[in-house]
Design a protein around this ligand. Sequence first.
Ligand code: FEO
Length: 433
Amino acid sequence: MSAAAASPVCPQPLRPDGPVEIVPGVHWIGAFDPGLRSFDTLMKTANGTSYNAYAVRGSDGVAVIDTVDAAYADTFFVRLEAVAGYDEITRIVLNHLEPDHSGALPELLRRAPQAEVHVSPRGLQILRTILRDEFGLYRITPVTTGATASLGGRTLRFFTTPNVHWPDTQCTYLEEDGLLFTCDLFGSHYCDERLFDDRVGDFRFALEHYFDRLMRPFRSFVVGALDLLEPLDIAVIAPSHGPILRTDPRAYLRQYRKLAGPRFSFGGGTDKTLAILYISAHGSTARLAQAIRDGAAEEPGVRVSLFDLEGGDLHPFIDLVEEVDGIALGTPTINGDAVRAIWELLAMLVDIETKGKLGAAFGSYGWSGEAVRQVEARLQGLKMRLPEQGLRVKLEPSDAEIEEARAFGRRLAAHLTGRAVPREIDLAELAPR
Ligand code: FEO
């Protein structure tokens, strides 16, 4: 059957305790968790979530695609047993091994030890840890993009889609039906036993909130996954959380493309961009920030902007930092520490992709001046590149120190345009001086 010929209708009334047929021979066998209010500590879940798992029947056997959180293993097995015997299971596909999908796996393998397990190479490493002493008991086959597995009349095709949102993530395509099993990708933490996107409540907020909290830090990997999946003839997207997407699946691909794209709808030109964000206690760090801006602005091809974090909510700056090529953070040292707004901003940067951006720190201090080094360590933790050692000035900057700040700005800008000789700071250089 071609994807275009597939009939993605729900041909039976939904039975919350039973399996749900997606297309003939393919069943949802997951679990509902309506009471969940916080997922992974990463995001709130106002009406819970579902853990979607699937069973696919071919003429030669049954494939189980993903499992559920261990707390819901019992209901998963009840639903699985309603559509297949354990001795019929020939394949188990693990698109992602986070506990909400692998929780019932060890017991499933004990019940169907003959099944061949298909997992990404990175997933294999995690699987070894999950199964521990039992790892050697099973037939485990790592798969990468292009590999296939036959169920008899039905073919599973694997696509390696790393970091959406773990290194192990992959997608699995049921060729004959155009069904794409995407695990977390295209998921929503939205629990509704009506299950299909044309039957559940309004879950648009949940789908986009989920993207923001789980996928946004990996948006370049999302784009890579979309490049890989978009050429497929897709009749249904079957994610591992929330509604099954059978109404115009292309619309979800387009929406994901949009969500993974630039935050600002107007063009920013071709200049490199540097944002200087600072807090100042007595005006000295502000003077350094201004001088850094002036110096950086001397470099052709760099657009520099200056923001006092006292003057606004932090959230909009996350969008800004996501889009610029580099940031310089200025903070005084108060009680041996960077100030709270800087730490809050740094904590929020975990929500976006920061790897490879230019980062720098600067600030005035009165006594010990630890803050700049602390900020640098955090920027390194965010996998930014720090080509310049941070700029620290004791109390009010002198004229010479203001000129030093201008030169610092010029060098940062030159690193952005590629006109400077790159130099990465070693962690050893960050020791307190
Ligand atoms: Fe739904 Fe990454 O677990």
